[in-house]
Design a protein around this ligand. Structure first.
Ligand SMILES: C[S@@+](CC[C@H](N)C(=O)[O-])C[C@H]1O[C@@H](n2cnc3c(N)ncnc32)[C@H](O)[C@@H]1O
Length: 372
């Protein structure tokens, strides 16, 4: 990409995120979850959710509609930041966002963390699949953290931020694909809640733009649309992702039921994610092993699977007398190649960012598999 175009793209990324991408993401969550955050019953509901989690009674957490907005407001922010960073760190994941059209099927993603994190990573994605240097993100990130620590109240000069975004990813925003829009996609599960958000609406460009379209399928066994619909509208407006660039679909159903519809989705997906859901599913070992086997069989060759979950005992799985980590169930599947693995890593929220609730650092494992 020539220098002029690159600079223009960097400026566009900076226009979306301002000084701090992470703070911008948190602002988007805050705006999306404003209703939940101001509920007088928020603390009590959160306490109930936590005690159900402690008992590993996941159905009790998620099958009560009153819990959903509170869950999302509490857990989506740090997860979204973690997934955002994860995508930027792994060229394989960025490639899915850059080399479109592509489809990402996110199992158990109703709470919105995947939507937030992936949409934010898309702001960096260069839809022309040539520049893929995203690995230097980590280095730049720590430089940025250091800078934030040193000058926490002083905004850096715009050109510094622009330069830092350039060295971060060398990925750019496809300006021809940039538009602000209301969600007009009929498959996205309703748009009644876009009220109050009045982004500029740009007409989606047809053939050219759709080459770079990412379809995000948010699968869950609970109807999260009262949370996801307004969140999608805020994400589109604040991250400047029109429907020609990001297409959102929802799929409701128990993934363990292994419906034909689900397997058809799997067969079309370039990336399947299990983010903080696999160890819940493994409450039912037999059905989950069958699910994994059927999903792997249905995945197209070359497609990827991203699995992330707690690195602690929550991901322990007892089989007979022995205890395994849940990822071990996938590591030895003959049709999967491990592309990236980390048994325990931390996501630490950058210093200086703010959100109405305490943000937690996350210790988790990561696996990226490729279907052979
Ligand atoms: C711990 S939350 C994780 C949410 C999200 N992936 C994240 O990273 O924030 C688990 C999610 O999986 C969903 N879920 C649990 N069991 C499921 C099942 N059997 N089929 C589909 N979704 C399920 C829940 O409704 C919830 O949204």
């Amino acid at each position: 990409m020539d220098e002029k175009k690159k600079t223009a793209s960097i400026v566009e990324i900076q226009k979306v995120f301002g000084r701090s991408p992470e703070q911008h993401i948190l602002n988007v969550v805050k705006e999306s979850c404003q209703g939940a955050l101001s509920l007088p019953s928020f603390t009590d509901t959160l306490q109930t959710i936590k005690s159900h989690f402690f008992e590993r009674n996941y159905d009790a957490v998620f099958q009560n509609p009153d819990h959903l907005p509170v869950y999302s407001a509490r857990y989506a922010p740090s997860r979204a930041l973690c997934y955002y960073k994860m995508f930027l760190e792994h060229p394989i994941l960025m490639k899915v966002l850059e080399g479109g059209p592509s489809t990402i099927l996110c199992i158990g993603s109703g709470a919105g963390s995947e939507l937030l994190g992936i949409a934010a990573a898309m702001v960096h994605a260069n839809p022309t699949p040539k520049t893929k240097k995203v690995a230097s993100y980590k280095k730049e990130e720590s430089a940025r953290e250091k800078q934030a620590g040193e000058k926490s109240n002083e905004p850096p000069p715009a050109e510094d931020t622009a330069q830092s975004i350039a060295t971060t990813t060398e990925a750019t925003l496809g300006l021809e694909n940039l538009s602000l829009s209301k969600c007009t996609d009929s498959t996205s599960g309703g748009s009644g809640s876009t009220e109050g958000i009045t982004p500029k609406v740009a007409k989606p460009k047809k053939s050219k733009s759709n080459k770079h379209q990412v379809t995000l399928v948010m699968q869950d066994y609970v109807d999260w649309s009262p949370i996801l619909d307004p969140m999608e509208a805020v994400v589109r407006a604040r991250m400047q992702l029109g429907p020609e660039r990001l297409r959102c679909e929802t799929e409701i159903g128990n993934v363990l039921d292994l419906s034909e519809g689900l397997l058809e989705r799997v067969a079309k997906a370039d990336l399947i994610t299990f983010l903080f859901v696999l160890n819940e599913l493994f409450q039912d070992k037999k059905r989950t092993m069958l699910l994994v086997a059927r999903i792997v069989a249905a995945m197209p060759s070359g497609a990827h699977m991203l699995v992330v979950d707690s690195a602690g005992s929550f991901s322990n799985l007892k089989v007979g007398e022995r205890t395994y980590m849940v990822y071990m169930m996938l590591d030895h599947l003959k049709d999967l190649e491990i592309v990236h693995q980390d048994d325990a890593t931390w996501y630490r929220c950058p210093p200086g960012v703010t959100y109405p609730l305490k943000l937690e650092n996350m210790r988790h494992f990561i696996r990226i598999y490729r279907k052979l």
